[in-house]
Write a protein that binds this ligand. Sequence first.
Ligand code: CO
Length: 463
Amino acid sequence: MGNKLEITETILRDAHQSLLATRMRTEDMLPIAGKLDQIGYWSVETWGGATFDACLRYLKECPWERLRKLRAAMPKTRFQMLLRGQNVVGYRNYPDDIVQAFIQRAAGGGIDVFRIFDAMNDIRNMKTGIEAALKAGKIVEGAVCYTISPVHSVDYFLRIGEKLAELGVQIICLKDMGGLLSPYVTYDLVKGLKSRIPLPLHLHSHCTAGLAPMSYMMAIDAGVDIVDTALAPLSQGTSQPATEQIVAALKGTPRDTGLDLNSLNDIADYFYGVRRKYAEFESPVNNQIKTDVLVSQIPGGMLSNLVAQLRQQKAEDRLDAVLAEMPHVRKDLGYPPLVTPTSQIIGSQAALNVMTGKRYSVVAMETRNYVMGLYGEPPGPISEEIKKKVLGKKEAISCRPADLLTPGLEAARKEIGSLADSEEDVLSYALFPEIAREYFQWRDGRAEREQQQAEDASLEQRR
Ligand code: CO
């Protein structure tokens, strides 16, 4: 990589995950895909994170078909996806055979860059995924999840980065899902990572607390190689800094991105319309600078989902109380970075604590599993009180969590049977049994409905 700053565009994944509860449909991506393909991005993030789940659950779309269609419409550009280590694109650990088959299929479907992270920064949860993506001949970014706590230091993050480099990743990603990175810490981290690890460095942050644009500039000064940005219409707030903003800031400097602002503006015009179309999924907090995220540490993608969840329960007014409870729960659980699935675990437990009015009078199943060690090793110690409550006389596990799982792909194939039309369907089912089955049934129903309509129409014609 030369001296120019490279850009990853997030508008097709993280930007709408963060601002529009992951609801953007493929039909709204395809009309502009050809133009995005011409920009010259280092990569475009198109897949992974919550998009897989959201496609099946809310949009009644096949995520694999989205990938195929986008790939066909954007032959030139590297496609990037976010993979949650052993959790793949779900919320729990899957057995190795499912992780491997998924990655192989995603690579075959057009993913060029796999950004792989684990919510706990537990390398054991990332190893299978990293090895599978490398075996598929793809670019692997090992992600270091950034967080702030008494047990996290610059040196801690550098050690995680070094462990990832030892596994053979080609790029290190500094992943700041909560937008917690402040400019001077960013400078130290980027300098440290660049000097200790001879690999390109990719920065990912969110504007939630208003810090990201400043942190990006410090990172650029400190020698970061690639940054994640989103086109202006879906930038700022809980999303990334604007692509245009970074491109404009570097024009004519040694780190000039070389991207053309006029072409970007042209695409932006299109996405202003798209954003209006999804207005119902907007949250009022999306576009304000919220420095209280530095306390709650809730990631961009989750805030819009948490608001949606609370709204469903007509408890939107409890949002502040839940956000205030999150740091307590996080401390009790050993200060995990907050990103899927830990953000959901902490968020749900905090919501339970607020709604019941008594901390841990109800302990969610996910909280139990976490304390058992089923999500990996927490960065700090778990509170003795909660340990006692959850474990009783039992001991938490100390092995890699996925070592306790038996292979699952063949069982999934048998279970879903002829409802699956393809190997991709089998994988969707292996990851999300209930919602995938529901989707397949809906899809079959749609096919029947369409056939019936066609028959009615031809009957009408013959009359
Ligand atoms: Co993000």
